[in-house]
Design a protein around this ligand. Structure first.
Ligand code: OKP
Ligand code: ZN
Length: 343
């Protein structure tokens, strides 16, 4: 399988995130893709290529233009205030407050565009986030061109980033950008399956009123888990998109038996939709040893995930999302990919 990766993805490196009331080292850091790349090379999965640069146009096909421009200039405006540490919001707009005015001050703009305090924006964030999106776009382009599958080794991840907000370690929604590019290049129907432990709120929101991109997400129940405010089973799409959004919220402690039953359910819905192409938001934080998650999948289950997806017999773009048990992330991610290839 072809892998697309850029060393520029390493340029996003937050110092600390707010976790359980304390500033702790960022769970989402460059060692994650380092270990995935090491494992890809160890099993000789296939060629590893650098992305090409698609510019901002495909980013603005799914994101608000002002939001993209904000991400591009945030660091410069932040440091212009004499700061050289990570940019983190300290407030957020809440119910009943104005959302039709974007503050002028940089702290206010960060408050407007951020969804949480766990996603520091750093000197290299814009470069890394655009490199990450370019990895997804390049993988999508290769699959559109006839490859059966490709893997975008993206970081920072993307699925929590929505039309006009960032958070959950995500800035640009790599998978959504890839899905939109596939549509723009001739695919009639795209299925986007999100198997990350956390609900793909950004991806859901981006495609919620559309029938041309089916979204399915298996994740921890938002009653008890981040992102808390989206991901319930009764979110089924709106307008033309009604019936094309499928959430599978699962309880803490979900094991392989329960998780794979939900995967089976999702796969049947994908089959019924008859997509031209499948995009997989590949999070590996369903792993039993993940430090911030509470499912119990073991490493030997991930090849079965890949094999089930291969049985759909649809060209597939894998886009890396979460997974924070770094020592095992390479094995777990690559297990899905080899399971897909060997099926
Ligand atoms: C990103 B992705 C733990 C803090 C968790 C947000 C998690 C973002 C996950 N106490 N902060 O979906 O893997
Ligand atoms: Zn996650």
């Amino acid at each position: 399988m072809l892998t697309v990766y850029s060393e520029d993805c390493r340029l996003h490196h937050g110092r600390a995130e707010l976790n359980e009331g304390q500033l702790v080292p960022c769970f989402e850091n460059p060692s994650r893709t380092d270990i995935v790349l090491d494992r890809l090379k160890a099993v000789d999965l296939g060629e590893i290529v650098a992305p090409r640069d698609f510019g901002v146009v495909p980013l603005k096909r799914v994101h608000d233009a002002g939001f993209v421009d904000f991400l591009a200039e945030c660091w410069d405006l932040w440091t212009a205030q004499g700061r050289d540490w990570d940019a983190i919001p300290f407030t957020f707009g809440k119910r009943g407050m104005r959302d039709d005015r974007i503050p002028k001050d940089i702290d206010g703009r960060i408050a407007y565009y951020a969804m949480d305090a766990g996603t520091p924006l750093t000197a290299g964030t814009w470069k890394a986030a655009t490199a990450s999106a370019n990895c997804a776009l390049t993988a999508a382009e290769q699959v559109a061109g006839g490859l059966k599958s490709a893997f975008a080794a993206c970081r920072p991840p993307g699925h929590h980033a929505s039309i006009d907000y960032y958070g959950g370690y995500c800035f640009l929604n790599n998978a959504a950008i890839a899905a939109q590019a596939l549509r723009d290049n001739g695919a009639q129907r795209v299925s986007l399956l999100d198997v990350d432990y956390h609900h793909g709120n950004g991806t859901q929101s981006i495609f919620y009123d559309r029938a041309d991109v089916q979204f399915l997400s298996l994740h921890a129940d938002p009653e008890v888990e981040y992102p808390y405010f989206l991901g319930h089973a009764d979110e089924t799409g709106s307008g033309a998109g009604e019936g094309f959004n499928h959430n599978f919220p699962l309880p803490w402690g979900t094991d392989w038996e329960r998780w794979s039953a939900a995967l089976e359910d999702a796969c049947r819905r994908i089959q019924g939709y008859r997509p031209d192409v499948l995009v997989v938001s590949l999070g590996l934080d369903t792993f039993e040893q993940d430090p911030i998650s509470k499912f119990t999948l073991s490493s030997d289950r991930y090849p079965l995930v890949g094999a089930r997806l291969a049985a759909l017999k649809v060209p597939t773009v894998f886009v890396l999302e979460g997974g924070y048990a770094v020592d095992d992330l390479g094995v777990n991610a690559v297990n899905v990919l080899t399971g897909f290839e060997d099926a």
